[in-house]
Design a protein around this ligand. Structure first.
Ligand code: SF4
Ligand code: SF4
Length: 396
């Protein structure tokens, strides 16, 4: 790994958000107070220093920005208001752009206009696809005027919409897999003097699952509000997972002609998902408006765009549901097109290129870190075992 300093690195990083540590006197209080920082993975000071020194390769090989859970304890403690939490957030955004094999993430994360344009283009494309399907592909092709005036159910879209949903989720899955391979190459390459056995990747796979599901590290942060934050994070994860299960396996629940009775579990599962997808984003947005908590003190536009997208997906989905039950078939049908035009950009843009990508990169980083630490421990243990033998050999 090159330790060459890259002169323009700091300017490049600042394209992705706040990174102003000019007030920092290097006292180290931020690292001391951080409950997630360890000897093996020390932050926030270390990755911030790498950025300041222009050590691009070293920064890209670093997992630390992902091990930070954005709690803000360091910023509260900092005697110079250098806002290390914000710098860590900016580093994560920079790293997402670095991992991205398409180069699109840098356009989206470094520019609000880029993000809005990308979301709008995909939304309009989806809307045009829905129109195209009805005008050309549907068994009985319609004209535009028929499309906007004919009360159709949603079931006529089967099975096309199921295949479409699979493709929509497959695209970010493939992109993120390629990005993770790049992330792995850079971050595990820093272990070039230690060969990591494949069995360690298998035995530590449980840490990947554990962190992806539990987000338990948030609970290690100092302040009480992080328990509440953990609950919201967990609820949002649950709602999104349920939504994915429903979309992949039970999409026809929502599009059959049958009106389910009030006691049917399908209805309550849907209501639970919608309630969480409304409650958590609204709570986040209120927090960002009030700015009372450290984690909401500074907001980048993408910090607002993501919860707004979740909220719009939930509200538009609920609206489709309500109008179907009220038997306003035309309104429900048109609203479904609007719902797709919001939900698809959320998955196609925010997940692989935007703020939502942290849901994949953070557990992967925790996993890679666990593998690294295990590999180092094994090497240390081996050296300890071999030391007496070597001493004897030298003595001899
Ligand atoms: S606590 Fe503040 S001043 Fe001290 S090292 Fe961290 S960022 Fe710099
Ligand atoms: S934001 Fe929290 S987790 Fe991140 S470096 Fe600061 S104290 Fe540590």
């Amino acid at each position: 790994m090159s330790t060459r300093a890259i002169p323009g690195l700091l300017q490049e990083i600042r394209r992705y958000g706040r990174f102003d540590v000019s007030a920092c006197l290097n006292c180290g209080s931020c690292t001391i107070v951080c409950n997630l920082s360890t000897d093996a993975a020390s932050f926030p000071r270390r990755p911030i220093r790498r950025a300041l020194l222009g050590l691009k390769d070293s920064l890209r090989a670093s997992l630390e920005p992902w091990l930070c859970h954005d709690c803000g304890d360091c910023s509260i403690t900092c005697p110079r208001q250098a806002e290390p939490r914000e710098s860590m957030m900016t580093l994560r955004r920079y790293l997402v752009a670095q991992y991205d094999v398409t180069g699109l993430a840098s356009k989206i994360l470094a520019s609000t206009a880029g993000e809005i344009i990308a979301l709008s283009v995909v939304g309009l494309f989806v809307f045009a696809l829905v129109l195209f399907y009805h005008l050309v592909y549907k068994e009985i092709p319609m004209s535009v005027s028929e499309f906007v005036t004919t009360p159709l159910g949603l079931e006529h879209m089967f099975p096309t919409i199921t295949y479409f949903t699979m493709v929509v989720f497959l695209i970010p899955l493939v992109l993120l897999t390629l990005n993770i391979l790049r992330m792995h190459r850079w971050t595990m390459r820093s272990m070039e003097s230690v060969k990591i056995p494949f069995r360690l990747y298998l035995s530590e796979a449980r840490s990947l699952l554990l962190h992806a599901v539990s987000h338990q590290n948030i609970r290690k942060c100092l302040q009480e509000i992080h328990r509440r934050r953990w609950t919201k994070h967990w609820l949002l994860g649950l709602a999104v997972s349920l939504m994915l299960v429903i979309k992949f396996f039970f999409l026809d629940w929502f599009q059959t002609d049958e009106i389910y009775p009030l006691y049917h579990p399908q209805r309550w599962l849907g209501y639970l998902v919608a309630a969480i997808l409304i409650y958590v984003p609204v709570d986040i947005l209120i927090g960002r408006i009030k700015k009372q908590e450290e984690i909401y003190k500074f907001s980048e536009p993408s910090d607002v765009i993501l919860p707004v997208m979740f909220l719009l997906v939930a509200v538009s989905g609920l609206a489709v549901h309500v109008f179907r039950y009220l038997e306003f078939a035309l309104t429900a049908h048109l609203l479904y097109a609007v719902h797709l035009a919001i939900a698809v950009p959320l998955v196609l843009i925010e997940l692989p290129f935007g703020k939502w990508s942290h849901v994949v990169y953070r557990p992967m980083a925790l996993y890679f870190q666990a593998v690294k630490e295990r590999a180092l421990k094994e090497v240390e243990a081996q050296v300890e075992r071999e030391l007496p033998e070597r001493a004897v050999a030298i003595g001899a």
